[in-house]
Ligand binder design. Structure first.
Ligand SMILES: C[S@@+](CC[C@H](N)C(=O)[O-])C[C@H]1O[C@@H](n2cnc3c(N)ncnc32)[C@H](O)[C@@H]1O
Length: 253
């Protein structure tokens, strides 16, 4: 069972593929799209780098009838799901979905809003993601970027559970300093709460395990069950309370 399929099944019952609750997503997007009402045409265009099933973009389009959106992802099946949902919502004419490495995406027109939430690994981390977004953002545009950070010093068990090294992430202060040093101003930020993390991880592991329970004869059922059990152990015995997640809404001068 490949990682993309595991991720799709695991995220089936969560609002987005990151540890944010519905109301947190709504609050961030409300601020991210707020200035479109002032009539700046380019601010009606949103781009999601690593969009998965397009959850963030589809919310933008459902709430903002004059916005257009573009999503880029390497997971063809997730993009198919995004197209189906767009059609069900009646917004399919306002979204373009590209099966492409986000690092290769270019556009003739810049975007008023660029998103990259939980997908910064596509660019090799936060700072390279900021550089890529800068090239695609219109003057005065906004970047919504979600990234992990160390909520406390990671133990060996936390690092092993995540398959990470200590240096891959920093604490919240250092992470934010890096963003600011790169020329960005956080105009809003959301630190995922313990409740959001627990909901996210139980949803991740529970959705995957339930799929296995519902498909006992499927050739991937045992692998799905095993992946869910392993993930739950890595979380509860490893990185719970250590891995944080921050979503910044950023502007440049
Ligand atoms: C954790 S999901 C986040 C999806 C979405 N941003 C959300 O919050 O719902 C990460 C996504 O990044 C995509 N991804 C990883 N590397 C990529 C790359 N090099 N180019 C495009 N997408 C990539 C994966 O396929 C996956 O859909």
């Amino acid at each position: 069972m490949d990682r993309q399929q595991i991720s799709r099944l695991a995220h089936a019952h969560h609002p987005v593929a990151a540890p944010l609750a519905d109301d947190s997503v709504a609050r961030l997007l409300g601020r991210a799209t707020a200035r479109a009402e002032e009539g700046r045409a380019e601010e009606g265009r949103a781009l999601d780098l690593g969009c998965g099933e397009g959850a963030w973009l589809l919310r933008v389009l459902a709430a903002q009838p004059r916005w257009q959106a573009v999503g880029v992802d390497l997971d063809a099946a997730a993009l198919t799901r995004a197209r189906e949902t767009a059609t069900a919502l009646g917004v399919e004419r306002r979204i373009g979905l590209h099966h492409l490495d986000a690092r290769e995406f270019t556009a003739k027109e810049p975007f008023g809003l660029v998103l990259c939430v939980g997908s910064t690994h596509a660019f090799g981390g936060l700072v390279p993601t900021l550089a890529a977004a800068r090239e695609l953002l219109a003057p005065g545009g906004r970047l919504l970027v979600g990234e992990g950070f160390w909520q406390r010093e990671p133990s060996r068990a936390a690092l092993d559970g995540l398959g990470a090294t200590r240096d891959e992430l920093a604490d919240l202060a250092e992470t934010t300093d890096r963003v600011v040093a790169d020329g960005w101003t956080p105009v809003l930020g959301h630190v995922s709460t313990e409740q959001e993390w627990d909901d996210y991880e139980f949803s991740w592991t529970g959705s995957l395990a339930e799929w296995a329970l519902d498909h006992p004869g499927h050739p991937d059922a045992a692998a799905a069950r095993e992946a869910a059990d392993r993930h739950r152990t890595e979380w509860l015995h490893g990185y719970r309370g250590t891995l944080g997640f921050v979503t910044y809404l950023l502007r440049r001068d």
